[in-house]
Design a protein around this ligand. Structure first.
Ligand SMILES: Nc1nc2c(c(=O)[nH]1)N[C@H]1C(S)=C(S)[C@@H](COP(=O)(O)OP(=O)(O)OC[C@H]3O[C@@H](n4cnc5c(=O)[nH]c(N)nc54)[C@H](O)[C@@H]3O)O[C@H]1N2
Ligand SMILES: Nc1nc2c(c(=O)[nH]1)N[C@H]1C(S)=C(S)[C@@H](COP(=O)(O)OP(=O)(O)OC[C@H]3O[C@@H](n4cnc5c(=O)[nH]c(N)nc54)[C@H](O)[C@@H]3O)O[C@H]1N2
Ligand SMILES: [Mo]
Length: 769
């Protein structure tokens, strides 16, 4: 075993060089998933604590899974287990009974901790009390909450301008905490509120707002059950949204046809054994995908245009049978321009750009030809590309031609990542707030919020790098490892005077820090939250716009943890003092007071406290779902975009960075990627066998990966070459190991999302073995 190491900013990876390969699995879940969940839970806590947690997971009186944002069924929830293998892993990770106390931090220096892998860091346990790293100190040491807030306030109050502070949010933060956070930050005086959404579904938000007038998806679970065709693009639900497979299975029973578009034949997309049914446990798989289109990386726009072109040809042959003219006429704008554009396209060119044989595109078009109820689902495979916004608008074009938005069984389904990432945005966590939100805040609270737009994630990194921002405050997340260009981000964080993290677990962002650093330990989803002797609950919004309560039931691992809302209130009081027009005290006493104020400021929350107490919660209004399109034209907008093919030199490849089955973003649960048949090693690069040969490489060769965007050399060392079923010239590595290769300046047009799914790389045999 060797230990690559230069700098704490990158996972040193205990590179074994001996990956174990199995056959990729033919079906997802089943008994192996149940065994895997149990193993993860028991490694972290005793069985009683584990059962206590799992029995409340996603129940109507329980807590919202800290994993993904896939919705819970509105009715019939399985009484014992409305969760999945990866939800259980997320709970195991958070509800662990291991903790990091004063002794731990006294024993382990920051430099020592930096030598651990992300996997090892995660296994250490929950941060158990606030800790502080003094200038030039080698170890974090305990600090009281009072002192911690005092230090942060002092920094914030001595900056030349509030715009020199950055307030990041990760998507687990509850509605209540998110609302208070943006309120505090705006009263303090800045809109510097970047969030993980900037790296995630920002492209979907931009594309859907422009075209349909709402930055969220339009469908509900019932729409999936009623759909005739579901298209799933750039998403790996078997790993990242496993409960979506149950929904697809139900849709399948109702006769839906599924088209999957992905460079990889992802296991969960193909077949599914529902572990919550007898059949599933007996390993009787449901066949999910009817047509698998193995697209080239970023070939989606070409594919979607090719499908639209074929539909147009059929419509021309038998006018009125394919397109929904009534819908197009009544509810859309720009159809003529779009159709004129389609007529100029060449099918074979589009097919080549997509990397899909014309025959298969014809099959896809035939499946859609006479169907009127189509749902399109997508995730990071579409959003993290230079032309992501236009590709997503191309999905909308297709749905609009078919009249497939704003009616049952049809619509858009951008499948969200973090469990409350959508809610955080609803609450105003946004660097570009709408004037309406700011006006309402001003009217309700009587202070003038800043109007200037703030930094998003990429611009926040630039500002810190260039010395324009000096305090970095994170409400959750792991900024260093989640962001692009790791070396640049590390330098940016190190440039800061102070970095602060509100965190449940230790991560690499605590180890690559400003001149001073503070970790504020907080309650997680599964923890009991008691204020003034009364148990509190928080609320979250899932991927389909349902607001539900979440109430943790486990005793916290330490009595020194504060809830996120409490941390914000006390920080606001410490920082703003008498300057504040807000009385933060009631919020600290009972979260109903926070919800009362949310109701005053954010549309759609009428009778919040009453309605959220109904089992299952309530749906937020959604204009696209209702067939109303509040856009610049007052109608749903078609969009015309041109496919641009990636040019590659002979020794260049496209690389996408993806998640393994054993991780939640930067949290590494284990070293296996079971469905893909890759075990015990994360530093791997999946390549087409022909490319391996043509490059003079062999399976299991150890290589370095290099990107030279804008003439800067970015390099990651020692990845194992693995032959895999992936289109030629396409390669895949895991996030976050390959993040150092993602150029900070390579971003999606209009959404500024890093292009994590298309990085141009060269591959070179490793010299330093
Ligand atoms: N267990 C678990 N659950 C999670 C997460 C996790 O890390 N672990 N993360 C959460 C978060 S924050 C998010 S955003 C979601 C992420 O959920 P996904 O978007 O499913 O996650 P990725 O692994 O990034 O997968 C992207 C998929 O897109 C495919 N792909 C890549 N490039 C392209 C392309 O150009 N075209 C097409 N058509 N496909 C492409 C990849 O092969 C892969 O199957 O999951 C959430 N849920
Ligand atoms: N190359 C590449 N980069 C990517 C992506 C990719 O596909 N490829 N995906 C992007 C996407 S989609 C996303 S969403 C981002 C994710 O970016 P982030 O949201 O910043 O990262 P996470 O890994 O989800 O954050 C994990 C940390 O959150 C903290 N935490 C967990 N639960 C809680 C809680 O309840 N409260 C608080 N305060 N803290 C908590 C823990 O300390 C944990 O270490 O990464 C992005 N980066
Ligand atoms: Mo995400």
């Amino acid at each position: 075993m060797s230990h690559e190491h230069t700098d704490a900013s990158q996972n040193p990876a205990h590179f074994t060089g001996h990956v174990r390969l199995g056959k990729p699995k033919s079906a997802a879940a089943g008994l192996p998933a149940v065994i895997s969940s149990a193993r993860h839970i028991l490694q972290e806590m005793d069985a009683i604590r584990g059962m206590k947690a799992l029995l409340k997971l996603n129940q109507k009186n329980g807590f919202d899974c800290p994993g993904c944002a896939w919705p819970d069924p509105d009715d019939e929830r399985s009484a014992v287990a409305e969760y999945c293998e990866n939800g259980a892993k997320a709970v195991a990770e958070e509800a662990t009974s291991k903790k990091l106390d004063a002794k731990f931090f006294a024993k382990n220096s920051v430099a020592d901790l930096g030598q651990l892998t992300d996997y090892e860091i995660g296994k250490k346990g929950r941060v158990a009390q606030p800790v502080y790293l003094a200038p030039d100190a080698t170890h974090y040491r305990p600090i009281s909450w009072e002192q911690a807030f005092g230090k942060i306030a002092e920094h914030l109050n001595t900056l030349a301008s509030p715009d020199e502070a950055i307030f990041y949010t990760s998507g687990r933060t509850s509605n209540e905490a998110a609302f208070l956070y943006q309120l505090f930050v705006r009263e303090y005086g800045t809109n510097n509120l970047p969030d993980c959404s900037n790296m995630c579904h920002e492209s979907s938000g931009v594309a859907l707002s422009d075209t349909l007038g709402i930055g969220k998806g339009s469908v509900t679970l019932d729409d999936l059950y009623e759909a005739e065709v579901i298209i799933i693009l750039g998403q790996n639900p078997g790993t990242n949204h496993p409960r979506m497979l149950s929904a697809l299975q139900k849709a399948k029973k109702n006769g839906v046809k599924i088209i999957a578009v992905n460079p990889l034949p992802e296991t969960g997309l193909l077949n599914f054994m529902n572990p919550q049914t007898v059949k599933g446990m007996l390993h009787v798989p449901t066949h999910l995908t009817d047509l698998f289109l193995q697209v080239k990386i970023n070939g989606d726009m070409a594919l979607l245009q090719a499908i639209a072109l074929l539909l147009l040809r059929e419509e021309d042959k038998q006018p009125g049978t394919v397109f929904d003219h009534q819908f197009i006429q009544d509810h859309t704008s720009g159809a003529e321009g779009y159709i004129a554009h389609l007529r100029e396209l060449q099918l074979d060119q589009l097919a080549a750009a997509a990397g899909i044989p014309v025959g298969q595109i014809e099959e896809a078009a035939a499946m859609l030809l006479h169907k009127k109820k189509i749902v399109a689902c997508w995730a990071m495979g579409l959003t993290q590309h230079k032309n992501a916004v236009d590709t997503i608008k191309e999905i909308v074009n297709l749905l609009l031609l078919k009249g497939s938005v704003g009616k049952p069984g049809a619509g858009t389904c951008p499948v969200r990542g973090h469990s409350n990432v959508q809610g955080d945005r609803t609450m105003g966590i946004y660097e570009k707030p709408s004037p309406v939100l700011l006006n309402t805040i001003e009217a309700v609270y009587g202070f003038a919020p800043p109007r200037k737009h703030g930094f998003d994630t990429v611009n926040a990194i630039r500002a810190m790098r260039d010395g324009k921002a000096k305090v970095f405050f994170a409400m959750g997340g792991n900024f260093l490892s989640a962001t692009p260009d790791t070396v640049v981000t590390a330098q940016a964080l190190r440039n800061c005077a102070l970095t602060v993290h509100v965190s449940t677990k230790l991560n690499r962002s605590h180890l690559v820090h400003g001149r001073e650093a503070i970790i504020l330990p907080t309650l997680g989803r599964s923890d009991q939250d008691i204020q003034q002797g009364e148990k509190q609950f928080v609320t979250c919004e899932n991927s389909m716009g349902v607001i539900q309560m979440s109430k943790g039931n486990l005793p916290p691992v330490s009595d020194q943890l504060l809830s996120e809302p409490a941390i914000i209130c006390r920080l606001a009081e410490a920082t703003l003092g008498n300057r504040s027009k807000i009385n933060w005290q009631p919020y600290l006493k009972h979260y109903d007071y926070i919800r009362e104020d949310i109701e005053k400021v954010i549309p759609g929350f009428t009778n919040y406290n009453t309605r959220v107490r109904h089992p299952g919660g309530f749906y937020l209004p959604n204009n696209a779902r209702d067939g109303k399109f509040v856009t610049s034209t007052g109608k749903a907008n078609f969009n015309v975009a041109t496919v641009i093919e990636q040019q590659l030199a002979a020794d260049e490849y496209m690389m996408m960075t993806i998640r393994s089955h054993d991780q939640f973003n930067t949290t590494i649960y284990g070293l296996d990627d079971r469905y893909r048949g890759i075990y015990q090693e994360r530093r791997v690069i999946l390549m087409n066998a022909k490319d391996i040969k043509a490059a003079g490489l062999r399976d299991n060769d150890v290589v370095d990966l290099i990107n030279t965007y804008e003439g800067v050399e970015r390099i990651v060392h020692r990845f194992l070459v693995i032959a895999y079923n992936i289109p030629e010239k396409c390669t895949a590595t895991y996030f976050p190991e390959a993040n150092a290769l993602v150029p900070l300046n390579s971003v999606a047009d209009k959404s500024n999302t890093p292009t994590s799914k298309l990085v141009i790389i060269k591959i070179r045999k490793s010299s330093e073995l």
